[in-house]
Ligand binder design. Sequence first.
Ligand SMILES: [Zn+2]
Ligand SMILES: [Zn+2]
Length: 117
Amino acid sequence: MTEISIKIPQKRCSKCKKVKNLDEFANRKVSKDGKRGTCRECNNKYANNYYYGITEGVKTQETEPTGIYKNCNTCGERKDLIDFRIRTRNADGRDTKCKSCLSKEYKEYVKTFDAER
Ligand SMILES: [Zn+2]
Ligand SMILES: [Zn+2]
């Protein structure tokens, strides 16, 4: 077998503008070159922002139970308010789903970036 090419295919990330090896980009059948326009690193950053970065109240680290309970809209469990993130835009100032549902959802969300192989 002859060596065809030793050139490593590369691509520029549309977010961070860095040129990276193609395997740093998740596959995406619908795009022209079969790859995502953004690198995995940027995808992960985006996923992080989606749930945690740009939301309010992230700095507030609560450790004490509030003694106030609320039902999670997703798993239906009754949990202390400490299990719900602070969301000042919501009527009761808390997220509608508990933190464990949120992180589960977040993991699923991240997975979709690599699911299109
Ligand atoms: Zn990037
Ligand atoms: Zn829940």
